[in-house]
Ligand binder design. Structure first.
Ligand code: NAG
Ligand code: NAG
Length: 363
């Protein structure tokens, strides 16, 4: 996610003209807010009508609820299409090998990666094994895929695209698969030219990192649609998580409208990105230490101000406050902070709290 923070440069570059600035702030902040809303709706697995309407290709050709109920009816045993006509018809193809993935990062990052990797598996005609989730990330979440997502639904709702299995066939027991990290932001052609020959040769390949490995732009529409289909249809939270989410949303709605703000101004983000604008010398040192402590964060020497000018830093809570005010949110707006612990704690949130006293933390 870190690499996609695009809105800031717009603000910075146009800082000269007040009209343009206002425009830029609006664009930037609506991105911030939509991201926040999207995060919340994805987190709770809820439909978000305006967003859905804006992405007809993601949902246009399927009736998710019909698929879902059919999948639930199937439970754990596979059955013929005749018995459950709403199930997608299984796509038949000759598999070129098996794809294992060890996702890395937080839940949202892993979710995006699963969408990418299903797409890669489909494109290369691979058989995909149910993803493994990251247990060593900053969040140290011990959950497995099946603790968070409905595995049956994942497998069955994708059967017209790609074959997904729970584990590698026995014949591969004891063999160590080829493990590698695909090059970040690669196009589909990279997978076809570089990865497919490797899978054909080794039969089983494991991607040990999956974050941002597939380009966002320039992919064939067919593949983009599949990504959306995975995100909006195939990846569905377990019934208990959905029930809790629905309960929370309905209780939030009881007290009227609200804003959910994903500030992404957490320690790991600032350490990773090197964005220390407004931090004390001590804080900067602490963030730098953390950056050096994570060997897989490749960039170590970072010029914070330069990075900010390039638009690669999160807005500070103070800047976000300006954006919300510019958008005209009234002072009594209820604001839920959706992110983790804000770096610098209360001190950093002071400006936001002064302008919007009705701030509620996630806890
Ligand atoms: C989807 O399918 C369900 C169950 O068959 C049906 O009740 C619903 O009206 C359908 N929705 C659309 C948009 O077709
Ligand atoms: C995948 O399978 C389809 C259908 O069998 C075939 O047309 C296509 O060429 C295959 N692609 C690869 C990369 O194997």
């Amino acid at each position: 996610m870190a690499k996609q923070k695009a809105p800031l440069p717009v603000i910075r570059r146009r800082i000269g003209g007040v009209g343009l600035l206002r425009w830029a702030v609006r664009v930037a902040s609506s991105i911030v807010l939509w991201t926040a809303l999207l995060q919340l709706s994805t987190f709770f697995g809820l439909p978000l009508s305006p967003l859905r309407a804006a992405r007809p290709s993601c949902i246009g050709n399927r009736n998710a609820s019909a698929t879902a109920s059919a999948v639930t009816a199937v439970a754990s045993d596979d059955v013929g299409d005749l018995a459950h006509p709403a199930l997608p018809t299984r796509r038949s193809y000759k598999s070129n090998g098996y794809l294992l993935i060890s996702c890395n990062g937080g839940l949202n990052q892993m979710r995006a990666a699963i969408c990418d990797m299903v797409t890669v598996a489909r494109y290369l005609n691979l058989t995909m094994v149910v993803p493994e989730l990251d247990k060593q990330s900053f969040w140290a979440d011990p959950s497995d895929f099946g603790d968070i997502f409905d595995v049956n639904h994942f497998i069955y709702s994708l059967r017209d695209e790609v074959k997904v299995i729970r584990e590698l066939p026995q014949k591969f027991n004891g063999k160590v698969p080829l493990s590698m990290q695909p090059v970040s932001w690669s196009s589909e052609k990279y997978y076809l030219r570089q990865i497919l020959p490797l899978v054909r040769k080794h039969k089983v390949i494991r991607f040990s990192r999956t974050d941002s490995r597939l380009a966002n732009n320039g992919l064939p529409l067919r593949l983009q649609k599949l990504r959306c289909h995975v995100n909006y249809n195939a990846l569905r939270f377990t019934p208990s998580i959905e029930a809790l989410g629905n309960k929370m949303i309905s209780s939030l709605r009881k007290t009227g409208s609200f804003v959910v703000l994903h500030l992404r101004y957490e320690m790991d983000m600032l350490a990773f990105s090197g964005c220390t604008h407004g931090c004390s010398g001590q804080e900067t040192a602490e963030l730098t230490r953390m950056r050096y402590a994570y060997p897989w964060w490749k960039e170590k020497e970072i010029d914070s101000e330069k990075k900010r000018l390039e638009g690669l830093c999160p807005l500070t809570p103070g800047e976000t406050t300006l954006v919300l005010k510019a958008l005209g949110f009234p002072r009594d707006t209820r604001i839920y902070i959706a992110s983790g612990e804000i770096y610098g704690g209360e001190k950093r949130l002071a400006a936001l709290k002064a302008e919007f006293p009705n701030i509620v933390s996630r806890s």
